[in-house]
Design a protein around this ligand. Structure first.
Ligand code: NAP
Length: 298
């Protein structure tokens, strides 16, 4: 199988390194010629160019540019694809991407590797990025089953744990555990920083230790990434933020009513719920049937 990769950055370059190590022939396209040369020098691709014609023989193409660049890359890519080629992407949101691509290329299935680092670009690419990380595929009712099977097989060769769900389910789950925490953490920093008494604010800055470091980390990260989450996952993020606001309102009411037993019970319940999110997950069961287009793990 010949695999194409568009966008030779952290994710695209790491995919290339991993797939070549598995024996796939990998061809790449990136915006800058210097990136293509670096990807070849690093062994992430067998060949790379800024011209999409290099992907004319690809059986499967991964779209790996920033989400905002996907429409432009798609326009350039489609005229070169062979009719049976399978297309997938790695974007961190799914519903808007699936809606934008599937009508133009029916042999498309959305995907999202839940793996990354704070660094970007081809220099940050490395082997093993996807190993033991969840990789979600989001087939719809119209996705051809052979496309799901082909991408699932390649994804499993990365050592990832494969899950399938609908694009909307994906976006709501990712909003809850990835996008909401960024904005909650940012609001935490902003509320500390809006302390009207300068002496208290200064003391807070001096007293802040490991707890504040943990809870403020994702809110103090890359603003462009946060904007991308809000812009491309607005509906699901809005839903999660409103649910969070409801919890805050509830806590304020309990506090004002001095309902200490209720607050303790609330914290007891959250302490019991947390391990289900942060404890190491067993890998999903191996496939027993065709991948479900509506949910479940493979
Ligand atoms: P990245 O390191 O910045 O890589 C993106 C690459 O795309 C850049 O190196 C750039 O290559 C290339 N590119 C930009 N515009 C392009 C265009 N118009 N045509 C062709 N190539 C173009 O970003 P990344 O972290 O790999 O993220 C890429 C995708 O993965 C995003 O859709 C993101 O949602 C998804 N994702 C990211 C993470 C994460 O943690 N980083 C995790 C999961 C999924 P040049 O150097 O040639 O300009």
């Amino acid at each position: 199988m010949i695999v194409g990769i568009v966008g030779l950055g952290l994710i695209g370059g790491s995919l290339g390194l991993e797939l070549r190590s598995q024996g796939y022939r990998v061809l790449g396209v990136s915006r800058q010629a210097a990136t293509c040369e670096r990807a070849m020098a690093r062994g992430a691709v067998d060949g790379a160019a800024v011209d999409y014609g290099i992907l004319a023989s690809a059986d499967l193409v991964f779209l790996c540019p920033p989400i905002g660049a996907i429409p432009a890359t798609l326009t350039q890519l489609l005229p070169h694809l062979q009719p049976q080629a399978i297309l997938t992407d790695v974007g961190s949101v799914k519903a808007s991407i699936v809606e934008a691509i599937a009508p133009h290329w029916p042999r498309f299935i959305g995907g999202h590797p839940m793996a990354g680092t704070a660094d970007q670009g081809i220099e940050a690419a490395h082997l093993g990025l996807f190993r033991d990380a969840p990789y979600i595929l989001t087939p719809t009712a119209t996705t051809p089953p052979d496309c799901v099977e082909a991408v699932a097989e390649v994804v499993q060769s990365l050592g990832s744990h494969l899950y399938t769900c609908s694009p909307t389910e994906h976006d709501q789950a990712v909003a809850a555990i990835s996008h909401l925490p960024v904005f909650v953490s940012a609001a935490l920093i902003a509320s500390c920083d809006q302390e009207p008494n300068p002496k208290v604010r200064e003391l807070a800055q001096q007293f802040a230790s490991s707890g504040f470091r943990d809870t403020s980390r994702v809110g103090g990260g890359n603003p462009e990434l946060g904007r991308m989450m809000a812009q491309y996952n607005a509906t699901a993020l809005g839903r999660s933020l409103r649910a969070y606001r409801d919890r805050l309102d509830h806590l304020i009411t309990q506090l004002e009513q001095q309902n200490w037993d209720h607050l303790e019970a609330f914290l007891t319940a959250t302490a019991a719920a947390r391990p289900a999110y942060v404890a190491p997950h067993p890998p999903p069961s191996p496939p027993t049937d065709q991948p479900s287009p509506t949910g479940g793990s493979l």
